[in-house]
Design a protein around this ligand. Structure first.
Ligand code: IFM
Length: 454
């Protein structure tokens, strides 16, 4: 149960979820600072002002990574620390923070994997239109240029965007993520501009960074029909289209999928869902990249229902089997299928799992230890799926566990714990859970222990 010799083991976080210090050293306001103020937006009424206090405790957190024995750390850069109002004047103290963080990683022989955008858009840019506005693409490219000029001599691995589907669909259509808008047209424009920002940023990063390795991270979930009913099968196809292919197809084929375009057109009463697309955009989006980042948590089972106007709705069926505290089914087999399919249909040069993990509340027992065996089982099941995919010829080159720390889980606040390290809400003490010790052994061995196989 060995992984290839070059296989990369890592742990992942994102800026807003761990840093806190949201007004320190000249950081500007982000859409998540503003959104968290909205009554009812965050389940426990919390916000990111303290989070894991990582902005002050980063050295301790890098030491944690060392004890984990991983080779790489995926973190994100907070745009409002670098450019407090999104464009224009650079905040030197913001850049200095990431400069120190990168040096701290390199001193510990950890490879930095930097994500440029993990959802914390400067509020000033949202006020000017946000991702639905094409100007945000220009602002993002300027920001990318500034950051990669400064850190590019030490950071080779760059992720342009984290999870465009979440940014566009949850932020601008469902309205359950910042900035909390409910407007399908805006969401479609946002999604396109997030992809365009990626496409325009790749050459900029490659110009600033010697031997750059650049990719985008998508959250992908296979959709399975609840039954053999034609409507359920159509719903699974539609879900796959709007969740997976809507992003994969432009990135790897230079075109949006026709069936989903037709679906959106119907929802928009006949209007063009791609009215924001300009000549040349799709060529820029389909720029070749070094790797595809995949965030995988679960599959989705779908039931189809057609309304009076003939529009099909794809409805998620609650999982019958084991699920995590997010209510997401534990279903590692779908990860194997997803990886094989990505490799066959889209042929990325390399695939890296940039997030995989589980929310479970398990806390310290009487002896202070955290025996999160459910998380160990989850991780083991998914790593077995990775091994099977590698065996089937998938160019899977690395795996980042989500997450290094319990942290701010967006609209769920601190009610969900994804960490392999426990973070005490009051004291901020960090305690590695059983899963962290287990993950350390797997990373050291570069193999799963066959004796543990179910
Ligand atoms: O916490 C998030 C992360 O920010 C993006 N991917 C999914 C995780 C769990 O919901």
């Amino acid at each position: 149960m060995r992984f290839p010799d070059h296989f990369l083991w890592g742990a992942a976080t994102s800026a807003f979820q761990i840093e806190g210090a949201t007004t320190d050293d000249g950081r500007g306001e982000s859409i998540w600072d503003r959104f968290a103020l909205r009554p009812g937006a965050i389940e426990d009424g919390s916000d990111g002002r303290i989070a894991c206090d990582h902005y002050r405790r980063w050295r301790e957190d890098l030491d944690l990574l060392t004890t984990l024995g991983v080779g790489a750390y995926r973190f994100s850069i907070a745009w409002p620390r670098i450019l407090p109002t999104g464009r224009g004047a650079v905040n030197a103290r913001g850049l200095d923070f990431y400069d120190r963080l990168v040096d701290g990683l390199l001193e510990r022989r950890l490879t930095p994997w930097a994500t440029l955008y993990h959802w914390d858009l400067p509020q000033a840019l949202e006020d000017a239109g946000g991702w639905p506005s094409r100007d945000t693409v220009d602002a993002y490219v300027e920001y990318t240029d500034i950051v990669t000029r400064r850190l590019g001599d030490r950071v080779q691995h760059w992720i342009t965007q984290n999870e465009p589907w979440i940014i566009a669909n949850l932020g601008y259509d469902a309205g359950v993520h910042a900035p909390g808008r409910k407007d399908l047209r805006a969401a479609l424009a946002a999604g396109h501009h997030v992809l365009l920002a990626h496409g325009r940023a790749v050459p900029v990063i490659e110009a600033n960074v010697r031997d750059a390795r650049v990719g985008i991270t998508l959250n992908l979930a296979p959709g399975d029909p609840a039954s053999e009913r034609a409507e359920d099968r159509a719903a699974a196809q539609l879900f796959d289209g709007f969740f997976n292919r809507w992003y994969l197809d432009p990135l790897y084929r230079g075109a949006y999928p026709e069936d989903v375009v037709a679906h959106y057109r119907a929802r928009l009463g006949g209007d063009d869902p791609l009215s924001c697309v300009r000549p040349g955009d799709l060529e820029q989006i389909a720029v070749p990249t070094s790797f595809l980042g995949v965030n995988y948590y679960s599959r989705v089972v779908l039931r189809g229902e057609t309304d009076d106007s003939g529009v099909l709705a794809a409805l998620a069926v609650p999982p019958g089997g084991p699920a995590t505290d997010m209510g997401w089914e534990v279903y590692p087999k779908a990860l194997e299928g997803l990886l094989v399919r990505l490799s066959k249909d889209y042929a990325p040069a390399s695939i890296v799992i940039t997030e995989n993990g589980a929310a479970y509340a398990t806390g310290p027992g009487q002896d202070g230890r955290i025996e999160d065996h459910a998380r160990v089982d989850y991780l083991r099941g998914h790593l077995e799926a990775c091994l099977r995919a590698i065996g089937a010829g998938v160019p899977l080159d690395g795996y980042f566990v989500w997450s290094l720390l319990d942290n701010f889980e967006w609209s769920f606040g601190y009610t969900k714990r994804f960490g392999i390290t426990w973070v005490d809400d009051e004291t901020q003490a960090r305690v590695p859970k059983r899963s962290a010790l287990w993950y350390r052994d797997v990373a050291r061995r570069n193999a799963l222990d066959p004796a543990e196989a179910p």
